[in-house]
Design a protein around this ligand. Structure first.
Ligand SMILES: NC(=O)c1ccc[n+]([C@@H]2O[C@H](COP(=O)([O-])OP(=O)(O)OC[C@H]3O[C@@H](n4cnc5c(N)ncnc54)[C@H](O)[C@@H]3O)[C@@H](O)[C@H]2O)c1
Length: 403
C-alpha cells in the first residue's frame, strides 16, 4: 500500500499525536508540513520532523505542499476557517472533533466539503478502540435481539475537569463550546453508531454547581501557588505533578526534570478552580428518543476519581454491559451463560484506550481504498453533533428539543 502524505495544521496535543504517529509508522505516513502559530510548538515540531514548517496556515496553503490529507487540529472555534480554507485549496481533511462550535459552522464546513468535492474524516477516536470495536461487532451480530434501551456514562475525572473545563481551553461556552459537545460528541457518535438509527428528540438537565466563586475556601488565593489551602484536591501543583500529559498545555518541556513547575506559576492553569471564568457544566444528563421508540440516557459528570466510560445496552434477548477503562465487556444472554470479553491484553497504548493509534491505521487503510473499520465522515458525524446541540438547547430552555 502507498505511504500517505499528511500535513498537520495545529501541532498541539492532538496534532502532535497524528504527526508523531508517522515517526512510529513511516511505512504508513510521511509528514509533509506542520503549521502552528505558537513558536514553542513549532520549535518542538522542528526538533522531531524534517518537513517544512509554517506559522501561518495561509503561507502553508500558498506553498502548494503535496498532501493526501491535512489534519486540522487547531482549537474548536478555528475549525471553520481552517477546514474550509484547506478544502478550497484542494485537500481532504482529518478534522478534529467537534467539527465546529455551532450547528451553523458545522453545516458550513459540510457544505464546503460538497462544494469542493473533498472528504472529511472526523476524529471520533472511540470507534477504533478494541473495546468499542468488539461492542459494535457483538451488537451487529444480532445476539441482543432488538435493542430497547441503553444507558451510557462518561465520568470526566475531577482532575480532567479542573484542567480542561475549569482552567483550560474548554471552560467557557462562548470561547469554546458547550461541554456536552466538547466532551460528549464522542458518546453521541457512539450511541448513534451502535444503534444505527436516527435520534428524534432530546431532553436534558444539568449545570455548573461546584466550580463557582461561592465554593471558594475561606482565605483561598487567586492562584494555587500563592494559596495556603493545603487540603484542596484541585490544587494545580498536585494535579500536574501527577498528570504529565496535561503539562503540555502550558509548556513543551513536560518531563519531571523540565521547566513545567515554573511555567505553571500564575499561568491560567495555576488559577483557583473557584475563581476562573468558567461557565460550562460540571454535570449533565440527557435522555434521547430514537426511531422505533428506542430510548437512551447519557450522563456526564465531573466528579469521579478516574476517567471512565461505561455502557449498558438492553436488548430483547440479552444485555451487554462494559467499562472501557476497566477493559471488559460482558454479554449476558437471557437463559444462557455470560460471555466475558477481556481487553487487558489488547493494544490500548496511547490516549483514548488505543483509539488514537488505531484511528491512524484505519485512516491509512481508507486512503489506500481498503476497508477501514470505524472510519466516519462528516455527513454522519454532523448527526451526532445535532444531538449535542439539541441537548444543550433543551438544558437551557427546559424543553424537549426535536433533532
Ligand atoms: N479526538 C479527541 O478525542 C480530542 C481530544 C482532545 C481534543 N480534541 C480536539 O482537538 C483540537 C485540538 O485540541 P488540543 O487538545 O490539541 O489543543 P491544543 O491547544 O494543544 O492544540 C491546538 C494547537 O493549535 C495551535 N494554533 C492555534 N491557533 C492556530 C492558528 N491560527 N494557526 C495554526 N495553529 C494554531 C496552537 O498553538 C496549538 O498548538 C480541538 O478541536 C479539541 O477539541 C479532540
Amino acid at each position: 500500500m502507498k505511504t500517505q502524505k499528511i500535513a498537520v495544521v495545529g501541532y498541539g496535543q492532538r496534532g502532535s499525536i497524528y504527526a508523531n504517529y508517522a515517526l512510529q509508522k513511516p511505512e504508513e505516513f510521511v509528514v509533509t508540513a506542520i503549521v502552528d502559530n505558537d513558536p514553542d510548538r513549532l520549535d518542538l515540531a522542528k526538533s522531531l520532523h524534517t518537513c517544512p514548517t509554517f506559522s501561518d496556515y495561509k503561507d502553508f496553503l500558498a506553498a502548494g505542499i503535496e498532501a493526501d490529507i491535512v489534519a486540522v487540529a487547531t482549537q474548536d472555534k478555528d475549525h471553520r476557517e481552517h477546514a474550509i480554507a484547506c478544502m478550497a485549496a484542494g485537500y481532504d481533511l482529518l478534522l478534529e472533533k467537534p467539527i465546529a462550535t455551532s450547528l451553523e459552522d458545522c453545516e458550513a464546513i459540510y457544505e464546503a466539503s460538497v462544494k469542493y468535492g473533498r472528504k472529511i474524516i472526523v476524529c471520533h477516536v472511540l470507534r477504533y478502540t478494541p473495546f468499542y470495536s468488539k461492542l459494535k461487532e457483538v451488537v451487529d451480530s444480532g445476539v441482543l435481539g432488538e435493542i430497547v434501551t441503553m444507558n451510557t456514562t462518561e465520568c470526566v475525572g475531577y482532575y480532567h475537569q479542573a484542567h480542561s473545563f475549569v482552567r483550560g481551553p474548554w471552560r467557557n461556552s462562548y470561547e469554546a463550546c458547550p461541554m456536552i459537545l466538547a466532551k460528549c460528541c464522542h458518546d453521541m457518535d457512539m450511541i448513534r453508531y451502535i444503534l444505527g438509527k436516527k435520534c428524534l428528540s432530546v431532553s436534558s438537565f444539568g449545570g455548573l454547581t461546584h466550580f463557582t466563586g461561592n465554593n471558594a475556601p475561606e482565605g483561598s488565593a487567586d492562584y494555587c501557588s500563592d494559596c495556603g489551602c493545603t487540603d484542596c484536591v484541585y490544587k494545580a501543583q498536585t494535579i500536574y505533578e501527577r498528570e504529565e500529559f496535561f503539562r503540555g498545555y502550558f509548556t513543551t518541556d513536560v518531563s519531571n526534570e523540565g521547566n513545567w513547575r515554573e511555567k505553571l506559576v500564575h499561568s491560567p492553569y495555576d488559577r483557583c478552580v473557584y475563581k476562573c471564568d468558567n461557565d460550562v457544566v460540571d454535570h449533565q444528563v440527557c435522555i434521547f428518543e430514537f426511531e422505533n421508540g428506542v430510548t437512551v440516557s447519557h450522563t456526564m459528570n465531573a466528579f469521579s476519581k478516574e476517567i471512565y466510560r461505561d455502557i449498558k445496552i438492553h436488548g430483547t434477548k440479552a444485555e451487554l454491559v462494559g467499562n472501557m477503562e476497566a477493559l471488559y465487556l460482558e454479554l449476558r444472554p437471557f437463559g444462557s451463560d455470560v460471555v466475558r470479553y477481556d481487553f487487558s491484553d489488547a493494544n490500548t497504548s496511547g490516549n483514548h484506550g488505543g483509539g488514537d493509534i488505531s484511528m491512524m491505521h484505519s485512516l491509512y487503510l481508507e486512503r489506500n481504498g481498503k476497508p477501514a473499520p470505524g472510519i466516519t465522515y462528516i455527513d454522519v458525524s454532523i448527526d451526532s453533533h445535532r444531538m449535542s446541540f439539541g441537548a444543550e438547547k433543551s438544558r437551557l430552555t427546559g424543553k424537549v428539543v426535536k433533532i
